[in-house]
Design a protein around this ligand. Structure first.
Ligand SMILES: NC(=O)c1ccc[n+]([C@@H]2O[C@H](COP(=O)([O-])OP(=O)(O)OC[C@H]3O[C@@H](n4cnc5c(N)ncnc54)[C@H](OP(=O)(O)O)[C@@H]3O)[C@@H](O)[C@H]2O)c1
Length: 416
């Protein structure tokens, strides 16, 4: 596709991101794009554009020979997959922001790209405006990169910032943070995907694919959300010079790859501890470049549309993901073991039921029992305690675990 001819877009969805894209394209005439038609769902909704521009029939866009590119920006993962599949089969290039759909249907989408030969780009699906997928795909050589981690969910980062600040109702600091996130439009009315860590897990699947050439299912990402956090947990971290963040992580070590989304007690000296509110960040660890950090807006109409715009621009020079690392098939074994050194808090009976190979510290605070230790990943009880409602878990660096004022068991005598 050359710049001379207009890029003719069939747009699906006119919500936060769809409207953001419409505005961004209007302000980028140099890209020479034209939105042919917009497919939406609700016939009764008022639209800010002339009604002739809209359709409710997806086939009108999918079968339109004037449409070169389908941009899929809807909030229904199942319907989105059918749109993307049919568009690729109809010979169109496709751009999407739908992390849930892409991460859940990865093998089929890879096969569709192979059989149709059409490009499918989705930079906006991970960390909004932060350019990470094409970067991982093209810039970093596979064996130089050892980990990709970061804060890739703005809703939970906003909530954790608020909880750490300690403003508001002491008794329900989580509920209040959630309510504020909803009022500000960061959290949906059903926040499960964000607060239980599913949304960042979908993004982690895409980071693993483009960073390391590994196809994971979302269920293979070791996942724990933030819905059990209490003010006492944030205080525990603060007393040790640290902050709790929800960290998505893909690590490769000695032929094994592990992927996780876990609340993590991050020392305040770490850059990620300073990434607050709805901001996102991705940190890369490479052999020679050492540590690198990208910070930016992870959501919202304009920032997310900027990543869609970049994909549209890349289609101009016939860019497509090469999936070079996937093709190299390095034989990495997927590790789904639970966290190693951890902090947990909750009712005494629940905390005491955690199978340990090592106890590092323990105590009580604000009516809760807490423990720091190394969990026994192979214990049959692990699944039950790890998923137990009301039991808060966080990965914790050993230097944080032993730094606090309430350490009651010395490290060298802690093995149980
Ligand atoms: N919001 C963000 O900051 C953000 C950031 C990164 C990625 N994303 C992803 O971007 C996508 C869109 O998110 P959003 O926040 O823009 O959603 P949204 O504001 O809820 O808008 C969803 C749009 O999709 C339309 N839609 C739903 N089902 C449809 C169907 N079957 N056929 C045609 N149109 C349909 C809706 O139509 P009606 O207008 O008729 O209701 C609406 O226009 C999602 O995959 C989301 O995960 C969002």
């Amino acid at each position: 596709m050359s710049n001379a001819s207009s890029l003719r877009i069939g747009l699906f969805g006119f919500g936060v991101v769809g409207q953001g894209l419409y505005d961004v394209l209007g302000r980028t005439p140099s890209l020479n794009t034209r939105i042919e038609r917009i497919c939406v769902r609700d016939r009764k909704k008022e639209r800010s554009l002339p009604i002739e521009l809209f359709t409710y029939d997806k086939e009108i866009l999918l079968q339109d020979p004037n449409v070169d590119v389908v941009v899929e920006l809807i909030d229904d993962a199942e319907a989105a997959f059918h749109i993307v599949r049919d568009a690729l089969l109809a010979g169109k290039a496709v751009v999407s922001a739908n992390k849930r759909m892409i991460a859940s249907r990865l093998p089929e989408l890879l096969e569709l790209q192979r059989t149709t030969g059409r490009p499918f780009l989705y930079e906006a699906a991970v960390a909004g405006s932060i350019p990470i997928l094409r970067n991982l795909e093209e810039y970093y050589d596979n064996d130089l990169l050892s980990s990709v981690q970061g804060i890739v969910n703005g809703t939970t980062n906003f909530m954790l910032t608020r909880i750490a600040e300690g403003n508001g109702d002491e008794k329900d600091v989580y509920g209040e943070a959630l309510k504020l996130a909803q009022q500000k439009g960061f959290a949906e009315s059903d926040p499960t995907m964000d607060v239980e860590g599913w949304d960042p897990a979908f993004k982690t699947v895409l980071l693993a694919l483009h960073g390391f050439g590994v196809v994971l299912r979302p269920e293979q990402v070791v996942r724990k959300g933030i819905s059990s956090i209490r003010r006492a947990d944030a205080r525990w971290a603060a007393e040790r010079g640290a902050t709790i963040k929800l960290i998505a992580r893909v690590v490769v070590n000695k032929g094994r790859v592990s992927a996780s989304v876990l609340p993590t007690v991050v020392p305040n000296t770490d850059h990620l501890a300073k990434v607050n509110n709805e901001l996102n960040a991705v940190q890369l660890q490479a052999a020679f470049a050492d540590s690198q950090l990208l910070v930016g807006k992870g959501a919202g109409g304009g920032p997310t549309a900027s990543a869609v715009l970049s994909d549209l621009s890349a289609l101009r020079y016939d860019y497509r993901y090469s999936y070079r690392k996937l093709a190299a098939n390095t034989g990495l074994v997927v590790d789904t073991e639970r966290i190693g050194t951890f902090y947990a808090s909750g009712a005494a009976a629940d905390v005491n039921a955690i199978p340990l190979v090592k106890l590092i510290a323990q105590g009580e605070a604000e009516g809760l029992r807490w423990v720091v230790g190394v969990s026994d990943a192979r214990s049959p009880k692990m699944e039950e305690v790890f998923t137990k409602a009301g039991l808060f878990w966080a990965e914790v660096a050993p230097e944080v675990a032993i730094a606090g004022p309430a350490v009651q068991v010395a490290l060298d005598e802690a093995s149980v």
